[in-house]
Design a protein around this ligand. Structure first.
Ligand code: SAM
Length: 268
């Protein structure tokens, strides 16, 4: 048992993290919470967990920094290629068909976008596959301010663009010392925003929601609440993609499961 994070403190902090973000810390990942708390105390030059708790209940900015520190931001360009194949071969053709003579604009949301690789992948793909006369917008949101800053900046070290096909790299990135910079014309198609999935985003009429590898950190109640909010944010026949190791099975949602040759996802 830890001397730093006693049982009562663990309960207090894990409840706070859960109430504020939906992120659930189980006993097995207690050490992660502990190490993040140690860092925050060191940074704020505080002696005790009690002092730090008093600080975060009144200082909203520090609360955001703390929540940021407990997130896992692992991501990469073209993560789970099968999803992007399904977007190209099934979802976009379907949305174009649905629209008929209606508005020629598609709206995507990357919810839990981390450092931006996912929304930029979507933007590159949509630039390639949408027919002339069509436009799109990708909203990218996260609770990690540090990650959002990376996304907004759009600079990725060489090792981080490994999954990007060479033609895309040449077309949408500019080579800079030590890395690659997203070009401005792609950047302006992705709008980064702070948003906590505990709350309503206010977004409506979205055609596609990507929320991949985020719900895995929530408990079932928080997952269900987030999925209900996606429903509200989506247009009549929108599509929802979650991580390939995640599932809505047994959650009793209104989404319909769709199995295609490329990937499985959900439909409103
Ligand atoms: C593992 S990353 C997934 C990134 C990307 N979607 C992917 O699949 O590669 C999970 C992201 O979810 C974000 N996240 C966790 N809880 C959140 C919440 N309550 N609201 C918004 N974002 C959240 C984290 O900050 C993190 O950046």
């Amino acid at each position: 048992m830890s001397e730093f994070l006693a049982d009562a403190d663990f309960e207090l902090y894990r409840k706070l993290v859960y109430d504020e973000s939906g992120i659930h810390f189980s006993a097995t990942n207690r050490s992660i919470l502990e190490s993040r708390l140690k860092e925050r105390l060191r940074d704020k030059k505080l002696e005790s967990l009690k002092d730090y708790f008093q600080l975060i209940v009144k200082d909203k900015e520090e609360l955001k920094t703390f929540l940021d520190s407990v997130t896992t931001n692992l991501t990469r360009f073209f993560r789970n290629q099968a999803h992007f194949d399904a977007i190209e071969k099934y979802v976009v053709p379907e949305l174009i068909k649905q629209r008929g003579s209606g508005e020629r604009k598609l709206r995507f949301w990357s919810a839990g976008c981390s450092t931006g690789e996912e929304p930029y992948t979507l933007a590159m793909l949509l630039k390639e596959i949408l027919p002339a006369g069509w436009s799109f917008e990708v909203v990218a949101s996260d609770i990690s301010l540090k990650s959002l800053m990376v996304g907004k900046e759009g600079f990725y070290a060489d090792g981080r663009v490994q999954g990007v096909p060479e033609p895309f790299l040449a077309k949408y990135f500019e080579k800079k010392p030590g890395g690659h910079q997203i070009r401005d014309d792609l950047k302006k198609l992705v709008r980064f925003d702070y948003h906590n999935l505990k709350n309503d985003s206010g977004l409506r009429n979205l055609d596609v929601v990507f929320c991949r590898n985020v719900l895995i950190y929530f408990d079932e109640a928080a997952q269900k609440a987030a999925v209900e909010r996606f429903w509200e944010a989506m247009s009549g026949k929108g599509f929802l993609f979650i991580g390939h190791s995640e599932s809505l099975f047994g959650m009793n949602t209104r989404f319909e499961f769709v199995k295609t040759d490329w990937a499985c996802f959900y439909k409103k």
